[in-house]
Design a protein around this ligand. Structure first.
Ligand SMILES: C[S@@+](CC[C@H](N)C(=O)[O-])C[C@H]1O[C@@H](n2cnc3c(N)ncnc32)[C@H](O)[C@@H]1O
Length: 270
């Protein structure tokens, strides 16, 4: 059930896409961790760690005197993360299979929490906030990267079929019980949940065909289309129109692709 629940799926293509995504975002992520004070010796939870790409970077950053607890619901993703950590010889990473809507993090007095593109997939993000309030020490930092305006993903010049694709993704997301723009709700949830919000900053990229950055949103098109078809939100003929328009945008050197707004939020446990 849990494997099916995650609206984007847990197949190999999604594992690869998460890797591309992490590589593009890595410099931004590392800078956020620095500002949140995550460093050697820190004890950090990676919330909804997925396949563990950020877990590996956290493990490297906190070093053997620190600790990383990777919590994740998908067994398949968790196994992938465990194998990657074993291959790197990281003995200071623990893994916990956890449904964030029902369980609790098996750790207390942590220095920090990292949560990226996870709150957007759960029906009650306030539960994640409450869970982090329990797991963090007073003064501990929670760092989030979540979308604040998914509709902001678009092309200039505009591409209407592509924009209808974005709309359908949002629709499928919401009908699976998540909220893509949860980042905009998080500051209020954090304040109500016992946090002080220290920073909220927009993170958006504009890329042109051929840029390394183009790769990240481009990777989502095929897996997103397949998932929409699987979930009954689209058919093959419409998917082909989206692909054709995307190819046309990619072939036009005047195109700019604007990525959906991500909000970077750093909050401190009061
Ligand atoms: C888009 S992925 C992001 C993974 C990782 N944070 C990253 O940035 O690469 C979303 C993750 O949230 C996990 N997830 C969704 N709902 C969950 C829940 N209720 N409990 C635990 N994990 C959940 C999914 O299994 C998936 O690994």
């Amino acid at each position: 059930m849990a494997e099916r629940d995650y609206v984007l799926g847990t197949h190999d293509e999604e594992i690869e896409r998460l890797g591309v995504q992490h590589r593009v975002w890595r410099p931004t992520v590392l800078a956020a961790w620095t500002r949140a004070g995550i460093g050697p010796g820190s004890r950090v939870v990676d919330v909804g760690a997925g396949t563990g790409y950020a877990t590996l970077d956290l493990a490297e950053r906190v070093g053997a005197t620190g600790e990383v607890i990777a919590v994740e619901r998908s067994q398949r993703f968790l196994r992938h993360a465990e194998e990657a950590c074993r291959a790197r010889g990281f003995g200071h990473v623990r893994f916990q299979e956890l449904d964030l809507m029902t369980g609790a993090i098996d750790a207390r007095d942590l220095d920090a929490a990292w949560c990226r593109w996870v709150a957007a997939f759960v029906p009650e993000p306030a539960r994640i906030v409450a869970m982090l309030a329990r797991a963090l020490a007073p003064g501990g930092r929670a760092v989030f990267h979540e979308y604040g305006d998914y509709r902001g993903w678009r092309f200039a010049p505009r591409r209407p079929v592509f924009e209808s694709f974005v709309e359908r993704v949002i629709e499928a997301w919401r009908s699976s019980g998540g909220e893509p723009d949860v980042g905009a709700e998080l500051p209020a949830l954090l304040v109500r949940g016992g946090f002080r919000v220290r920073e909220v900053a927009p993170r958006v990229f504009a890329s042109r065909p051929g840029d390394a950055l183009w790769e990240w949103p481009a990777r989502f098109i095929e897996s997103g289309l397949r998932r929409l078809i699987e979930l009954g939100h689209a058919d093959e003929a419409w998917a082909e129109r989206v692909r054709a328009e995307y190819r046309a945008a990619e072939a036009d050197p005047a195109t700019v692709q604007i990525t959906p707004l991500v909000l970077e939020i750093i909050a401190e446990r009061a």
